[in-house]
Design a protein around this ligand. Structure first.
Ligand SMILES: Cc1cc2nc3c(=O)[nH]c(=O)nc-3n(C[C@H](O)[C@H](O)[C@H](O)COP(=O)(O)O)c2cc1C
Length: 181
């Protein structure tokens, strides 16, 4: 438990990467294994990952980020960018029909899978930053995603160049409510 809590609390968003230090394939495989074992709605496992190493593609992805996004440099500096995509109409569905008022749960399941990925990467000495603020349809085109598949986040991944401090968290007492809200 100690190790797990250390990992959860010690993981930081990395926005500065060692651009010349590649991630070995066996290390990358361990990171993806953490996604493989993520929990998901009825074990639907709706995730699809696109691994981008080509510098021109990374540059094109960088061009889709909203102006002033603090992860802009990371998109080309990191040796790898993982596009976290999801198959629609799977999580939260039963026999083609939505089962809850929330409709498609793909973003929820991708969030869990992403956290597994980020924590596994951190445990292996790698850094990541979840990037959500970009033009999703442009990335769909760049990565040639098929119909029924959407990209949700882009994750620059690599060895961190420097650490960063932890942004302040809310107190537990501010968000835990007992018996009723
Ligand atoms: C869904 C999601 C989207 C995010 N999008 C961006 C982003 O577009 N650019 C960025 O620099 N950081 C982004 N972040 C990183 C958050 O800013 C970061 O997780 C938060 O400030 C807490 O810092 P920590 O990850 O170091 O604990 C995103 C995080 C999440 C979970």
């Amino acid at each position: 438990m100690g190790d797990l809590m250390d990992g959860i609390k010690g993981r930081r968003s990395t926005r500065n990467f060692l651009s010349d230090k590649d991630v070995p394939e066996d290390v990358l495989a361990r990171v993806f294994e953490a996604v493989q074992w993520a929990q998901s709605w009825a074990n639907t496992q709706c995730w699809e990952l696109v691994v981008v190493k080509n510098p021109e593609t990374k540059q094109a992805l960088q061009g889709t980020l909203s102006k002033g996004n603090p992860a802009t440099r990371a998109m080309v500096e990191a040796p790898i960018v993982v596009a976290v995509c999801g198959k629609l109409q799977s999580a939260g569905y039963y026999k083609g029909q939505v089962t809850t008022k929330f409709g498609d749960w793909f973003m929820y399941d991708l969030g869990i899978a992403t956290q597994n990925l980020c924590l596994a990467a951190h445990s292996l000495g790698l850094g990541t930053v979840v990037v959500g603020l970009f033009e999703h349809d442009k990335v769909r085109e760049i990565l040639a995603l098929p119909e029924g598949c959407e990209v949700v986040t882009l994750l620059p991944l690599g060895y961190p160049a420097k650490g960063s401090g932890a942004p302040k968290r809310r107190e537990i007492s501010e968000f835990v409510h007992h018996e009723k809200f």
